[in-house]
Design a protein around this ligand. Structure first.
Ligand SMILES: NC(=O)c1ccc[n+]([C@@H]2O[C@H](COP(=O)([O-])OP(=O)(O)OC[C@H]3O[C@@H](n4cnc5c(N)ncnc54)[C@H](OP(=O)(O)O)[C@@H]3O)[C@@H](O)[C@H]2O)c1
Length: 334
């Protein structure tokens, strides 16, 4: 019998997520059945999409269930196996419980090489967030030399990679982030041409007019809300928007209405495309080849925040929704 430490959804949030939405508990896991494996979690990824999953709203992923462990992208080690596809000692990546251990049928998990890079990199710069950035930049924003690209949440797990890939394409890249330290890192380390602190700017439009005097050709949209409204009004003819997320709206009971004057889309011949990265797994090998090479050669930099201990996951997740993470947020579970 294995005792698992786990975090369950205790209550659905209304507005801001609060500590009482979570409950830490110890559960006795059932003995393995045929085809099952027991996985010990090493690292758990915390991601913004988990916030909508805490509600009952219909989305592209089903809601978390009340009184059941939340789940998230994780790297773990197989500690027991009754599944011929996995052996004790294998390192796997995929959706596991917010827990020290998960009993799993193995479906949707993938074996990875544990050597070479830090394990948590598979959840960040070599994983889903970075793949998301690569897809949005390569397939939707398609920046050309001399164009201006805007990236919101510019130093986050996705944004930091999106900005650097746009820069490597020869574009002028402007971003926004929640603090001076993040903005300085964006310019000095990630190569952004400019980055403004959205928490200090009331008039985002005026800042964009200053930093993007030629308008904006492509927007990698992570934040939505007032930042997107200001960007939308400054898109050039044939502008592209990769709609990746809208984190500023995830906690709002009443999100802002869309930008004014939607006829702008026609007048400026804009392309606004939403995407969910799990629809594009067929391109994963291409991403790993390109971005893996850039990471190895030091051409692509990545920040991460590693929080120690599963019990701190709720607090870290609430912090993510306020911008307390810097780069990819992961929890070191064991
Ligand atoms: N479409 C897909 O398949 C896909 C996949 C992965 C992620 N996403 C989306 O991509 C976006 C970024 O995700 P990530 O994993 O890279 O997270 P992240 O940027 O590492 O963390 C979230 C960041 O969002 C910013 N933020 C939070 N509340 C905000 C607000 N009210 N206004 C402005 N900024 C706010 C904070 O940064 P600051 O300190 O800079 O404010 C925070 O650090 C999210 O919208 C997420 O849902 C989409």
């Amino acid at each position: 019998m294995t005792e698992a430490r786990q975090i369950v959804l205790a209550r659905r949030p209304e507005g801001d997520v609060t500590a009482d939405c979570f409950r830490a508990e110890t559960a006795t896991l059932p003995a393995l059945g045929d085809g099952q494996i027991l996985v010990r979690t090493r690292f758990l990824s915390l991601d913004p999409y988990m916030r909508p999953r805490m509600t009952e709203l219909r989305s592209y992923t089903p809601p978390f269930e009340l009184d059941k462990p939340l789940t998230g992208g994780s790297v773990g080690e197989v500690v027991e196996s009754k599944n011929p596809r996995y052996a004790k000692g294998d390192t796997v990546i995929g959706m596991l419980n917010w827990a020290s251990h998960t009993v799993h049928d193995g479906k949707g998990l993938r074996k990875i090489e544990a050597a070479g890079v830090p394990l948590q990199a598979h959840l960040g710069v070599l994983g889903m967030p970075s793949f998301t950035a690569w897809y949005g930049i390569r397939q939707i924003c398609k920046p050309k030399e001399g164009e201006t690209v805007f990236v919101s949440a510019a130093t986050g797990a996705v944004g930091q990679v999106a900005g650097q890939l746009a820069k490597l394409s020869g574009a002028r890249v402007v971003g926004c982030a929640g603090g001076e330290e993040k903005c300085q890192w964006a310019v000095r380390e990630a190569g952004y041409d400019a980055c403004f602190n959205h928490k200090a700017e009331r008039d985002v439009g005026a800042v964009l007019d200053k930093l993007c005097p030629q308008g904006i050709d492509a927007d990698f949209e992570n934040v939505g809300g007032r930042i997107f409204h200001a960007v939308f009004a400054r898109l050039n003819n044939f502008g592209r928007v990769a709609f990746c997320g809208a984190i500023s709206e995830y906690q709002d009971a009443k999100p802002l209405a869309g930008p004014e004057k939607m006829f702008t889309i026609v007048q400026r011949r804009l392309t606004l495309q939403g995407f969910i990265i799990s629809d594009h797994v067929a391109l994963m090998a291409e991403f790993v080849n390109e971005v893996g090479g850039l990471v190895k050669s030091g051409k692509l930099k990545a920040r991460e925040t590693v929080v120690d201990g599963l019990d701190r996951a709720p607090e870290a997740f609430m912090g993510l929704l306020k911008g307390e993470n810097f780069g990819k947020l992961v929890v070191k579970v064991g």
